[in-house]
Design a protein around this ligand. Structure first.
Ligand code: SAJ
Length: 424
């Protein structure tokens, strides 16, 4: 069993640290945010993720996981810090400050024979051109004295623990030896297959997975626009087309949220501006949907003097508590910016007003519901209950997830993104 220092205790680093500890390693979990450390000192994770609290509590109680503000010497270092998008003038770029910071923080404690793994999503070449030069400030040489590898996380929020154990893991070594050592470590807690490759290939694999999804979601959103113009139901088209053995159309929606799918394609555009035209078009298409939803909502209350619009859902996707980079938040902000409408939000997973009373307050007296996040709780809403509260019975379903017949039976006009003619 190894001594391991995990840098960054976020959505990926914390579950990874806890699972490494459960596998018997001695893990120092380092985070620069005192709030994260304070929660862990109380024995609790700061993240709401199924099953996480149990493994984190066990890891802390066993003494195998120790939270710390600073790294110490170890056999292995795992860097799992955020790589957000830097938006400014020109095209968005990866902000690698946290990767550099984490690497700098281990320079003083690096020793010959250490294995350093980068898990953060990064532009191609980051391991070799950004991480290694910082590590070499220790006086050690990457290929001779250290083993360095890029091992992307590939887990989906909402199912992180299961996917950390079960997913196929790609490990990209700067050298074959580094890849083999990384594989050896992941084998101690991953059940899925572990495949060795080089670092640049692993970086590109990670980015292409999310780009594949972004481009496919753009295609689904484009289909939704076509269907609205043709007065055809895109959701039915998808269902039927997906009966073809080689077709897997994605789902339209109010846009793409989260920290990965709307972000990662830019890491490729940044490096390869000429060879990424399709990626840019897909990004623009997906980024344009919140405006379309906001315009549609405004159109549906056009004839009301002081309309109230109830937005259901703030999280970026169903059954998660994460509202950062959420298209629902963008729709809210766009609607709030319009004068004259009262915009009220509810989310059973986000914020302080999660209960049924809050939902009722949100919908009470509303002229329109806009369903933005397909939380399970919303799929079980009783339309008859909602009908009693509302000033006018209209719902705009941007996720194609409500039972249209049931809502119609309760007296609602049901408008579905991709399934109803779009106003012009
Ligand atoms: N969405 C659609 N239509 C779809 C699928 C998703 O509009 O058909 C929207 C969602 O509502 C959400 C956004 O896209 O707003 C992204 O959600 P997601 O569930 O597709 O992905 P993330 O961001 O939660 O997690 C992704 C995953 N990548 C892939 O599935 C290829 C995950 O495995 C990665 O680990 C994660 O990004 C990451 O960290 O990179």
């Amino acid at each position: 069993m190894a001594s391991i220092c995990v840098l960054g205790l976020g959505y990926v680093g914390l579950p990874t640290a806890a699972l490494l500890a459960a596998a018997g390693h001695r893990v120092l979990g380092v985070d620069t945010d005192p709030r994260v450390l304070a929660r862990l000192a109380d024995g609790e994770p700061h993240i709401d993720e199924p099953g996480l609290a149990t493994v984190v509590r066990a890891a802390l109680q066993s003494g195998h996981l120790c939270p710390a503000a600073r790294p110490e010497g170890a056999d292995i270092f795992v860097i799992a810090v955020p790589t957000p998008l830097q938006r400014g003038e020109g095209l968005p770029r990866a902000d690698l400050a946290a990767v550099r910071g984490a690497a700098e923080s281990i320079v003083p404690v690096l020793r010959t024979g250490n294995l350093v793994l980068l898990e953060s999503t990064s532009p191609p070449g980051t391991t070799r051109d950004v991480l290694v030069p910082v590590l070499e400030r220790s006086g050690l040489r990457a290929e001779r004295d250290l083993d360095v590898a890029y091992c992307p996380e590939r887990v989906i929020p909402g199912n992180i623990l299961k996917e950390l154990l079960a997913n196929v893991r790609i490990v990209g070594g700067l050298t074959p030896r580094a890849a083999e050592r990384a594989a050896e470590l992941y084998r101690t807690f991953v059940d899925g297959e572990i495949i060795c490759t080089d670092a640049m290939t692993a970086e590109l694999v990670k980015l292409m997975e999310n780009t594949y999804r972004d481009v496919n979601i753009a295609l689904a959103n484009q289909l939704a626009r076509m269907a609205e113009d043709l007065d055809v139901d895109a959701w039915r088209v998808i269902e039927l087309a997906n009966r073809h053995p080689r077709v897997h159309l994605h789902q339209p929606g109010p846009g793409v949220g989260g920290h990965c799918i709307g972000v990662d394609p830019w890491f490729l555009v940044e490096k390869l501006p000429e060879a990424t035209r399709l990626l840019r078009v897909a990004r623009e298409l997906n980024d344009g949907v919140p405006q379309l939803v906001a315009d549609w909502a405004v159109d549906l209350v056009r004839d009301v003097a002081r309309p109230k619009i109830a937005l259901l859902g703030l999280a970026y996707k169903g059954d998660v508590d994460d509202a950062r980079e959420s298209p629902a938040v963008r729709v809210r902000d766009l609607l709030v910016a319009r004068v004259g409408a009262k915009v009220v939000t509810h989310d059973p997973h986000v914020g302080d007003h999660r209960d049924v009373a809050a939902l009722h307050r949100c919908v009470d007296g509303a002229h329109l519901i806009v369903l933005l996040t397909p939380h399970t709780a919303y799929q079980h809403l009783d339309p008859a209950d909602m009908a009693k509260l509302m000033a006018r019975r209209v719902i705009l379903d941007t996720r194609g997830c409500v039972n249209r017949a049931a809502w119609r039976a309760a007296g609602f006009r049901v408008v579905v993104l991709g399934g109803s003619p779009r106003p012009r």
